[in-house]
Design a protein around this ligand. Structure first.
Ligand code: AMP
Length: 427
């Protein structure tokens, strides 16, 4: 039997109802904040991620699905292509390619779609997973560097989670500095790691050399006591970064958006500057980050574009759905009525009636004229229908139908004209 590939999965009803609800809520909220949708390709040139995410990151170093495309001629070497592991690099590439900075104001772009990382699959971690994300990007003259943008994005996320009914989230906030103060901090980290790093995991030893900030990302339990003693980036912020971080916090306070400072928070992507954040949710267990994001001043230039500071986030939709399921039973549309055609020629009568009822927004399921009444009623009960409606020759001729309430067994005759109203009535 051919099965879905490890780390991928089918999303089936009724769970897809929850996915649709999440996406609809996100679109509503994004619209209110002036965001518009962008759709970028699912695969890109490998170079984009190497430069835009960072060679030293786990994503680029270990987790990408990369292949060499066939060249046009047999002798021609193919391009290296990669399934996107995240969407920010693609959005910024599109921003540069289409000169979106020539449009007025800031670009506020959102996306929804699959991302691919070759991680070890577990609950809440998949190799094909889905992100809903957004970016605010533009020239500094349009206000893209302002801490007001960071606060706006964070408040929007709080509003989205609240709207979805996820209450017990925690916003963790940090500042990871900028091009001025990061080298000073990196040096302090290297020094603090010193000889101790020899006792840490192989990844940390490598990172201590190439990109010490990444050491803070280490998840190996034995390394944690060492990591807890390392210097904190927020103690090394230069004046501009410190003022930026203070203003973000002040706006959040005034908006009554709660947050905690987590000085160990770094993001898995290299391009983050200043504000970095995650929203976590207790119900998720080990993989408890529902979403993450931050500011990426400098990314556009790294990809060959103009100066275009930005801030963005990516929500793990798989995890958001898991959080929702923990908070409530998945909301399935209740089945209002099961139509039971009884006898030859009744399928088309039932189909006609179903069409009338569905047009009035009732959720209707159709049986089959080959079923006996007993089987129809059993099926209706199994599907959780509130009512079964019997569609027989006599009923059609009389213009009235037997309506059976399945929970009580009571049956009444209802005229065709009154049927939708009767079925919509909640007992
Ligand atoms: P990142 O792009 O790494 O900043 O991740 C942003 C969010 O995407 C995380 O907070 C997770 O909710 C989600 N995410 C990242 N990787 C995975 C994965 N392999 N499976 C499911 N969700 C993921």
């Amino acid at each position: 039997m051919i099965k879905a590939v490890r780390g991928t999965r089918d999303l089936l009803p009724p769970e897809t109802e929850t996915w649709n609800r999440v996406e609809a809520a996100a679109r509503d909220v994004f619209r209110a904040y002036g965001f518009h949708e962008i759709r970028t390709p699912v695969f890109e040139e490998t170079q984009l991620f190497a430069r835009g995410v960072g060679e030293e990151t786990d994503i680029v170093a270990k987790e990408m699905y990369t292949w060499e495309d066939r060249g046009r001629a047999a002798s021609e070497k193919g391009q290296s292509l990669t399934l996107r592991p995240e969407n920010t690099a693609g959005v910024v590439r599109a921003y540069i390619e289409h000169k979106l900075w020539e449009r007025p104001g800031l670009q506020k772009l959102y996306y929804m779609g699959p991302q691919f990382r070759r991680e070890r699959p577990q609950k809440g971690r998949y190799r094909q997973f889905y992100q809903i994300g957004a970016e605010v990007i533009g020239p500094p003259s349009a206000g893209s560097e302002s801490p007001a943008r960071d606060a706006e994005v964070l408040e929007m996320l709080a509003a989205l989670l609240d709207r979805l009914g996820i209450r017990d989230w925690t916003l963790e906030l940090n500042s990871v500095g900028c091009a001025h103060d990061r080298p000073v901090y990196n040096e302090a980290l290297r020094k603090a790691l010193g000889e101790n790093v020899a006792r840490m995991c192989a990844d940390c030893q490598r990172r201590a050399e190439t990109n010490p900030l990444r050491v803070l990302d280490c998840k190996v339990p034995e390394d944690q006591p060492m990591i807890a003693k390392l210097p904190r980036m927020i103690d090394f912020l230069d004046d501009a970064c410190r003022a930026h971080f203070a203003e973000v916090q002040a706006i959040l306070h005034s908006l009554a958006v709660p947050f905690v400072i987590n000085p160990r928070l770094v993001r898995g992507l290299d391009y983050y500057r200043k504000t970095a954040f995650e929203f976590t949710h207790g119900a998720l267990g080990a993989q408890n980050a529902i979403l993450g994001g931050g500011r990426y001043d400098g990314l556009s230039e790294a990809l060959g574009g103009p100066k275009a500071p930005g801030i963005g986030f990516a929500i793990g939709e798989d995890r958001l759905v898991l959080s929702l399921q923990a908070a409530e039973a998945a909301a399935t549309a209740p089945l209002d009525a099961y139509l039971a055609p009884l006898g030859p020629g009744m399928n088309k009568e039932a189909a006609r009636l179903a069409r009338e009822l569905r047009a009035q927004n009732l959720v209707v399921e159709l049986g089959d004229e080959s079923f006996r009444l007993k089987k129809s009623l059993e099926t209706a009960s199994k599907l959780g229908a509130r009512y079964a409606v019997i569609v027989g020759e006599n009923e059609v001729a009389a213009g009235a139908f037997a309506v059976k309430e399945l929970s009580t067994g009571t049956q009444v005759m209802v005229a065709r004209a009154d049927l939708a109203h009767a079925l919509a009535a909640r007992g």
